[in-house]
Ligand binder design. Structure first.
Ligand SMILES: CC(C)(COP(=O)(O)OP(=O)(O)OC[C@H]1O[C@@H](n2cnc3c(N)ncnc32)[C@H](O)[C@@H]1OP(=O)(O)O)[C@@H](O)C(=O)NCCC(=O)NCCSC(=O)C(=O)O
Length: 410
């Protein structure tokens, strides 16, 4: 049956998700569900999710202490509705349990033990709804699926990036200190795994009628991304170290200078090496024993990268686009300003204007990279104000406002 608050679009239409998440990791996971049509109800603490205060704020935008939100919150909480429920009050706990009885999924990213401390453990909630898929995202996982020395450590993105192995392979090759990846992959990756796991668990509910506890650790998700360091160490005893802008097994494969910026190219096989050498005006390199195969190029990496780099830096990015685009795996290194003007991202719907309440102009946020032919997802609703949908949500669940819960905003 389709839940009343569910938008009429998306493959997950009809899936009701109670979203008790905060910061980036949990909200990104529920955003992935909401983008495909799930009815994601953000259950916020009194005062709202603290990340509402993170900017930037467009001129005139409603401030966070009046229930508004900055761009950080606006990006990852689109397509969701909001209700404030004080889970530290008896009335609030009862309200959540009543909502759980009618929901399909609950997602939270508190520290291990927080929900138990509130008397709202998975076991308690599953007793009220055995079909519930309960998804937890923590720094080092939940004790239910394996206690570790770090189970109770709080964690943010850099912690997961450091311990999951990705910082150890990122940074300058020579004398390189470990380097953090720009976007919060320590949050975003576990969020993606969690959303995938929720979808899988929901399919299992369809077949068995039973929900389950789903647990993704940030550190594990990052290691899963770094699968190469695992097999390299296992097979050859090779410890990880910063890869620089290249690849330990492929060459040329990385970033090269243009006269006015940088470009990237990936030429691991002869099918692309031969045309690259020809376009460079260096047909001799296609036959040179130092370059004849990927293995030879990896062995003579310094020579190959110097030859390719000496040629690329004589051209502008635009010239290189003309010479190499579509002929070999190639692309210019783009910054945000370039991306806003690039026809590809416009055509693919990746730059989506949304309302930031009170603001004089729309806030552009990143769209969904998922395109589905029959059940398209996308951004259909701006992020919610604090408690914005309390009235309609309570009505849909057949509930009265809890005495401690603020009245719905006008
Ligand atoms: C993010 C955290 C470090 C934040 O730590 P804390 O600020 O100490 O929060 P905790 O989760 O431990 O506890 C939350 C507290 O809020 C209370 N709480 C929560 N919701 C409610 C509501 N609705 N009503 C009343 N009280 C509430 C809850 O009972 C806890 O109270 P008390 O028990 O009384 O304190 C931690 O939650 C954590 O490690 N989470 C798992 C990993 C994770 O998701 N990290 C963030 C990734 S995002 C990221 O890195 C990034 O954005 O960058």
């Amino acid at each position: 049956m389709t839940a009343p608050g569910t938008p009429a679009f998306g493959a997950l239409q009809g899936l009701r998700v109670l979203d008790l998440t905060q910061m980036l990791a949990g909200p990104y996971a529920t955003m992935l569900l909401a983008d495909q049509g799930a009815d994601v109800i953000k259950v916020e603490p009194p005062g709202g999710d603290a990340t509402r205060r993170h900017g930037p704020f467009l001129p005139g935008a409603r401030p966070f202490d009046e229930g508004g939100f900055g761009a950080y919150f606006g990006s990852v909480n689109r397509n969701k509705r909001s209700i404030v429920v004080d889970l530290k009050s008896e009335a609030g706990k009862a309200q959540l349990i009543a909502m759980v009885r009618q929901a399909d999924v609950l997602v939270e990213n508190y520290r291990a033990g927080v929900m138990e401390g509130l008397g709202l453990s998975y076991e308690t909630l599953a007793a009220h709804n055995p079909r519930l898929v309960y998804a937890a995202l923590r720094g080092f996982g939940d004790p239910r699926s394996g206690e570790t020395p770090y189970t109770h450590w709080p964690a943010y993105d850099p912690v997961a990036q450091a311990m999951g192995g990705i910082m150890g392979v990122t940074g300058p090759e020579v004398g390189g200190a470990p380097t953090k990846i720009g976007p919060g992959v320590g949050d975003l990756l576990p969020a993606m795994y969690l959303a995938y796991a929720v979808a899988a668990a929901c399919w299992s509910v369809q077949r068995t009628g039973q929900g389950q506890f789903v647990d993704v650790a940030m550190a594990d998700a990052v290691l899963a991304l770094c699968e190469r360091i695992v097999y390299q160490y296992s097979a050859a005893g090779v410890d990880s170290r910063p890869d620089g802008n290249g690849h330990p097994l492929l060459c040329p494969f990385g970033i090269f200078p243009a006269s006015d910026g940088y470009v990237s190219l990936g030429v691991p096989n002869d099918r692309f090496w031969e045309p690259l050498a020809r376009i460079m005006g260096r047909a001799d390199l296609a036959a040179d024993p130092r370059c004849a195969s990927n293995e030879a190029r990896v062995r003579h990496r310094a020579f190959v990268e110097a030859e390719v780099g000496a040629w690329t830096r004589r051209h502008t990015q635009a010239e290189l686009v003309r010479l190499l685009g579509g002929r070999i795996p190639f692309g210019p290194v783009l910054y945000a300003q370039d991306i806003f003007h690039d026809p590809h991202f416009q055509a693919r719907g990746m730059l989506v204007p949304t309302e930031q309440p009170g603001a004089e102009r729309p806030l552009t946020i990143a769209g969904t990279p998922i395109h589905m032919g029959r059940t398209p997802g996308g951004v259909h609703r701006r992020a919610p104000l604090v408690d914005e949908h309390a009235g309609e949500i309570l009505r849909e669940f057949g509930l009265q406002p809890a005495p401690t819960s603020p009245q719905p905003s006008p």
